[in-house]
Design a protein around this ligand. Structure first.
Ligand code: A2P
Length: 278
């Protein structure tokens, strides 16, 4: 895989993915449509949603009304555990998502969680991979797959181009990243700003921000993209959306990067994906 830290993105399985995408959880309804419309106007070309966010209709509306060609926007959604299983279950999940969005294809379709309790994720990944090339989806991938889950599908010969997991400087999830990288899987980070909490107040981000004339959020996002990670920051605010896209014309030094690396608490996601919504 070729990786370049540019807005233009990273290439996986011959599909080019802009490195910054708009996260949409927990926006819904008109608020969500407005946030996505503003983002598209500001230059976003990558939007991330999920069946579980209950906003695919609102996201689809914004894309349809944007005036952009469908091929100008990279759109990801994810399906729930009820659709795990054979090819017809997964195909129906894609068709229903497209119905909700009023669109004719997805760029990336992800297994939202492995749900190991159901014991179906290997079969599900196989079914999903088979959907590529049908015209319904351009690429497949997984989300919230821990190294053990990843290894299980790799053993079945299934290499997902993307694993979307929660990553921020306080929760760097190095074990996930290492497993992904070793397998040639690109990591996409949700909640890359640590949900806008205490992370953005830290000296490790605010000091380089001051020196470079940037915001702490931009420093955090630059730390991600400088490691070739796709980021999915969520903001409903136009100024902050623009800030979050504008991270390609400055660089962090090795010392800055190492200082931010040192913030890792070694803990994983603080909130359980299944119950929290991501
Ligand atoms: P808002 O929508 O008011 O901008 P994450 O993507 O890590 O889950 O973080 C989302 C949170 O971070 C939201 O509360 C969002 O609030 C806030 N946020 C997004 N971008 C920025 C930014 N550039 N500066 C400060 N806070 C931000």
């Amino acid at each position: 895989h070729q990786h370049h830290a540019t807005l233009n993105g990273t290439e996986v399985s011959d599909v080019r993915i802009p490195l910054v995408g708009l996260g949409t959880w927990p926006l819904t309804g008109a608020d969500c449509t407005k946030a996505v419309s503003q983002a598209l106007e500001s230059g976003y070309r990558h939007i991330d949603t999920a069946q579980n966010y209950a906003n695919e209709d609102a996201v689809g509306q914004a894309i349809r009304e944007s005036g952009l060609g469908r091929d100008e926007v990279f759109l990801t959604t994810k399906f729930n555990k009820e659709s795990h299983g054979g090819e017809s279950a997964v195909r129906q999940a894609a068709e229903r998502a497209l119905d909700r969005m009023g669109l004719d294809h997805l760029d990336l379709f992800l297994v939202h969680w492995p749900n190991p309790d159901q014991g179906l994720y290997v079969e599900t990944c196989n079914s999903l991979a088979e959907l590529v090339g049908t015209g319904l989806i351009r690429a497949w991938g997984v989300s919230n797959f821990k190294p053990g889950h990843l290894h299980k599908i790799l053993s079945a010969g299934l290499v997902p181009p993307i694993n979307q997991v929660q990553v921020d400087p306080l929760h760097a999830q190095r074990d996930h990243e290492r497993a992904n990288t070793e397998a040639g899987v690109v990591t996409a980070a949700y909640s890359p700003l640590g949900r806008g909490g205490e992370l953005l107040q830290s000296a490790e981000l605010s000091e380089p921000a001051e020196r470079l004339g940037r915001t702490p959020a931009q420093i955090a996002l630059r730390w991600h993209v400088q490691q070739n990670r796709i980021v999915l920051p969520r903001s409903a605010n136009t100024d902050r959306q623009r800030q979050n896209l504008d991270v390609f014309d400055f660089e962090l030094t090795k010392a800055d990067m190492e200082r931010i690396d040192s913030m890792d608490t070694g803990k994983g996601a603080r909130l359980d994906a299944d119950t929290f919504g991501h």
